[in-house]
Design a protein around this ligand. Structure first.
Ligand code: C2E
Ligand code: MG
Ligand code: MG
Ligand code: MG
Length: 290
């Protein structure tokens, strides 16, 4: 009996692995034609500055609408795009789209709004990130200081000298650099001051556990670290008014999270931006969108 059950479990496990593998192969095949078939959309999530009560920028987050499987999460397809090298043309496309949209938002605004784009290791390995950035800026007409690249510690650790060198030339154009998901991986504090970035993004895992006294202590410490290093600091994953109040009292006024808005389409963001100018302070995605 036990033996039979063991065998059944083994079969189930096997079937599960096989399904996963098939799905992965299918996604990989479909990802190759997704760009050409216009299946990608860039969504945007606002970054809020509670010190001035307005959106100061947005983060571009890629969405893939698969014709049969529907919306696939970036957590699933970005790793495949990275392993296959497809992330390079995809990033070029996201940069182009984000710069064009951001140029248009800034045409009818008095306060500047920046846009950030997420980077992968392969994009640095491809050695043409700088060209990609310059071309996106030229084609869109966007002011370089309104574009920000989000890098991670993993990217930097992969090849510190080369990444730092590429970042330095990109900085010379005026483009901003931020360190995404700070505190989520192995923070190599020993070389943090060698990396030319201006903004530190506190990983959302700290907000998710901000009831824990030790996590709050770490949040305080990261904010202090940023101040000491003359860096801007922004908290990701802010979902409640309490979290917003805590951050403000801790000296971090810039935040991003579902409390303000989920990542939304370009059209919804246009609306959100208009409406957010009339609503002061209190923000819920419900009150503004749908
Ligand atoms: P990320 O850059 O750290 O982006 C933040 C992620 O947290 C996004 O997930 C966003 O939707 C989610 N998020 C924002 N606010 C909240 C909140 O209040 N609560 C919770 N629980 N989550 C929140 P998303 O859009 O699924 O993207 C996941 C990751 O995929 C991104 O993490 C980024 O690493 C990667 N990614 C997305 N778009 C691109 C892209 O164009 N290029 C590259 N290389 N990576 C991308
Ligand atoms: Mg990011
Ligand atoms: Mg992040
Ligand atoms: Mg991430």
């Amino acid at each position: 009996q036990a033996k039979r059950r063991g065998k059944n479990q083994y079969c189930l496990y096997n079937e599960h692995l096989e399904r996963e593998l098939l799905r992965r192969m299918e996604l990989e095949k479909d990802l190759r034609i997704a760009l050409a078939r216009d299946q990608f959309v860039v969504h945007y999530q606002p970054k809020w500055d509670a010190a001035v009560n307005r959106a100061i920028g947005v983060e571009a987050l890629l969405r893939w609408n698969h014709p049969i499987l529907g919306r696939i999460s970036p957590e699933e397809f970005i790793p495949i795009a990275e392993e296959t090298g497809l992330i390079v043309p995809i990033t070029r496309w996201v940069l182009g789209q984000a710069c064009r949209d951001c140029f248009e938002w800034n045409e009818d605004r008095t306060e500047p709004l920046s846009v950030s784009v997420n980077m992968s290791v392969c994009v640095f390995d491809s050695k043409n990130l700088e060209d990609m950035v310059v071309s996106a800026l030229l084609h869109s007409g966007l002011d370089a200081t309104l574009l920000e690249l989000e890098i991670t510690e993993t990217i930097v650790m992969h090849n510190v000298e080369d990444v730092v060198e590429q970042l330095k030339s990109i900085r010379e154009i005026g483009v901003q650099i931020s360190m995404d998901d700070f505190g989520a991986g192995y923070s190599a504090l020993g070389s943090i001051d060698l990396i030319p970035f201006q903004t530190l993004k506190i990983d959302k895992l700290y907000m998710q556990q901000s009831d824990s006294p030790s996590k709050r202590a770490i949040i305080h410490t990261i904010i202090m670290l940023a101040k000491q290093l003359n860096l801007e600091v922004i908290a990701e994953g802010v979902e409640t008014e309490q979290q917003m109040a805590f951050l403000q009292s801790a000296g971090c006024s810039m935040m991003q999270g579902y409390y303000f808005s989920k990542p939304i389409s370009r059209a919804d963001l246009d609306l959100w931006l208009q409406q957010s100018m009339f609503v002061n302070g209190r923000h819920t995605s419900q009150s503004l969108i749908g």
